[in-house]
Ligand binder design. Structure first.
Ligand code: AMP
Ligand code: GLY
Length: 421
């Protein structure tokens, strides 16, 4: 099978690594890829937002199966365009991708499906939004409706912060994404991520994870795209996962099918858990990054069979072969991230780290310059390991971190603290 993966981050490096372990994979191309991906697969420079260009590439290169990593091509309808061309694709239609691309759409679906989530109001007018905030008080959560690269959510501790967020969003700070705003009740609890595959009808859980969004140790400082993750997440027990399936995920999938937009791909449910009850924070229509890295570390070669089963509508017969293992990924980021950071610093020591089925450094933002790996992004490396316990996975991951010679980078030393403590 010839496979094309779209994307260029640590998520796509992890997907490529898992897919390559499956003997079904004859040829793997990643577009556009990065320096780490280039060590294990072919990289191709195509515009991943241009469905026509991707379809022509697939025809020219005899691609059989396309796996779409990030949300932007999904929201742009690339999966639809490829399916029109007769290709097998893992990833939802643009209509179904609105579960991530529009927060008000998701709230409406949750209402129709009876899925527990935060109470909310939806506003296109700044004055009405301000009145809602004044009536409800703080803490309260203000969200730009559209895709805002993870930056469109303000958890306001005071009414003044919430009102300032309204000024920013209607003032154009988030572009078109902020022209509509969702204001939500603040939910207390512990957050965890639940990943399921969907084929339009059936749903198969493939793992739980917990991310670390804040840049600093002890979950301090500004939000980031995620500074590390581990799987499984003990807070998402089997009993809570069952509740999430029955109360949130299956009713959402049924509602999507009822509306003529069946969902196919991976669905990532961000859950808030309190007193044994999960509530939905948000859906994403793709794997989390860096959560995908720990899921792929645990699933290995079967990830390809499962994604293919989802794309072919065969999930009813699919099973996950669970090993009783734990995985952790530690993100190494450029000094300054999530604020301004420099690009182009050289990373040494990577060649001394032996890859195996239990440890690998996935690349998130790197390129090759004169044979050297240089940092080209904010989040740069995802140092990933597994073990019989989370403590063992952590020990292996941090041992690799200590081999990496990169003075211009940093990481959190406390990934997994909630589960390890
Ligand atoms: P989202 O992009 O919707 O996941 O929001 C980003 C982060 O904001 C989430 O991971 C939560 O930590 C926080 N958040 C979002 N909505 C709420 C809410 N209603 N109550 C509490 N925290 C929230
Ligand atoms: N790590 C959070 C996300 O991928 O959205």
């Amino acid at each position: 099978m010839n496979i094309l993966i779209l994307g260029s981050g640590g998520r796509e490096h992890a997907l490529a690594w898992a897919v390559l372990q499956n003997p079904k994979c004859d040829r793997l191309i990643v577009a556009p890829g990065n320096a780490g991906i280039a060590q294990i697969a072919e990289c191709a420079d195509i515009d991943t937002l241009d469905g026509g260009a991707v379809a022509s590439f697939c025809e020219a290169e005899a691609v059989d199966f396309v796996i779409i990593g990030p949300e932007a091509p999904l929201a742009a309808g690339v999966a639809d365009r490829l399916r029109q061309a007769g290709l097998l694709v893992f990833g939802p239609s643009a209509a179904a991708a609105r579960l991530e691309a529009s927060k008000s759409f998701t709230k409406e679906i949750c209402d129709a499906a009876g899925a527990p989530t935060a109470a909310y109001g939806h506003f296109t007018d700044a004055e009405a939004a301000r009145a809602h905030i004044r009536a409800h008080g703080a803490p309260i959560v203000v969200k730009a409706d559209g895709l805002a690269a993870g930056k469109g959510v303000i958890v306001a501790e005071t009414e003044a912060q919430a009102l300032a967020a309204i000024d920013d969003m209607f003032g154009g700070e988030f572009g078109a994404a902020g022209a509509e705003v969702v204001i939500e009740e603040f939910m207390e609890g512990e957050e965890a991520s639940f990943f399921v595959l969907c084929d339009g009808t059936d749903v198969l859980p493939i793992g739980t994870a917990q991310d670390h969004k804040r840049v600093g140790e002890g979950d301090s400082g500004p939000n980031t795209g995620g500074m590390g993750a581990y799987s499984p997440a003990p807070v998402l027990s089997d009993a809570i996962a069952d509740l999430a399936m029955e109360q949130i995920i299956k009713p959402t999938m049924a509602e999507m099918a009822r509306r003529g937009m069946p969902y196919q791909g991976v669905l990532y449910a961000g859950l808030m858990i309190k007193d044994g009850q999960p509530r939905l924070v948000e859906y994403n229509v793709r794997f989390g990054d860096p959560e995908c890295q720990v899921l792929m570390m645990r699933l290995g070669a079967q990830a390809l069979d499962l994604m293919q089963a989802a794309a072919e509508g065969r999930l009813a017969d699919a099973r996950v072969n669970w090993a009783d293992d734990h995985a952790m990924t530690v993100v190494m980021a450029a000094n300054g991230y999530p604020g301004a950071y420099e690009k182009g610093s050289v990373i040494n020591g990577l060649a001394d780290i032996a890859d195996s089925s239990s440890q690998i450094v996935f690349h998130a933002g790197t390129s090759l310059r004169d044979g050297q790996v240089v940092a080209t992004g904010g989040r740069v490396l995802n140092v990933t390991a597994r073990g019989a316990t989370l403590a063992e996975a952590a020990q292996r991951a941090y041992a690799m971190v200590d081999c990496i010679d990169w003075p211009q980078g940093f990481c959190r030393r406390d990934i997994g603290w909630r589960a390890l403590g």
